[in-house]
Design a protein around this ligand. Structure first.
Ligand SMILES: [Fe+2]
Ligand SMILES: [Fe+2]
Length: 189
């Protein structure tokens, strides 16, 4: 994959994650009426695809950048720490979602943690788009990108396209209808 393709793919994944965060926020703000199964599907996806493949590819970009720009280590460290923080927050939310016999208090706790998660991920993606991606575009060359792609192949996204998994059928439908609604909204403007 060429340089711009790799960065474009990371950016595309941010756009998709942002839409999933809209869905998650919508459910979390519905409080006791929120769809826990949908929240669970979103968090299952986040902890099984972006955490494992999107963030790891970015970690490889960070490592390559750190070799070229030792002065950038402090802010590169922030991105890496946030990846760990997001993985922990996602795992904690999944554990809560799986706890048996959830009462109203448990449901409210899930909604609170889901909202925290959306805030954390949105701030993280915006920081990467402001700092990490422009630095990577400026400092990494073709051999660096080839090395990143070789070390970390990117499997098909299980939410959509050729790699779509039956596990996310319901989520995919919600995601698509949200997308159609957004596109219609754009047309109406
Ligand atoms: Fe990231
Ligand atoms: Fe990212």
């Amino acid at each position: 994959m060429a340089t711009m393709e790799t960065l474009e793919k990371l950016l595309q994944e941010h756009r998709e994650a942002a839409r999933l965060m809209d869905l998650l926020e919508e459910q979390a703000r519905s409080g006791e009426n929120g769809d826990l199964a949908l929240i669970c599907d979103i968090m299952h996806y986040m902890t099984h695809y972006p955490d494992l493949f999107h963030h790891r590819r970015e970690d490889a970009v960070l490592r390559a950048l750190a070799l070229k720009r030792p002065d950038a280590t402090p802010w590169l460290g922030r991105v890496e720490r946030e990846h760990a923080q997001l993985a922990d927050a996602g795992r904690a939310l999944m554990e809560l979602l799986r706890s048996p016999g959830l009462d109203d208090q448990g449901r409210r706790q899930i909604c609170r943690q889901a909202l925290d998660y959306t805030g954390l991920l949105r701030a993280h993606m915006s920081y990467e788009e402001r700092e990490l991606f422009p630095a990577a575009r400026a400092w990494l060359d073709a051999p660096d990108w080839e090395e990143i792609d070789r070390a970390l192949p990117c499997p098909p996204d299980p939410l959509s396209g050729m790699g779509a998994s039956p596990r996310y059928q319901v989520l995919e439908k919600q995601y698509r209808s949200r997308l159609a609604w957004l596109i219609d909204g754009d047309r109406a403007d």
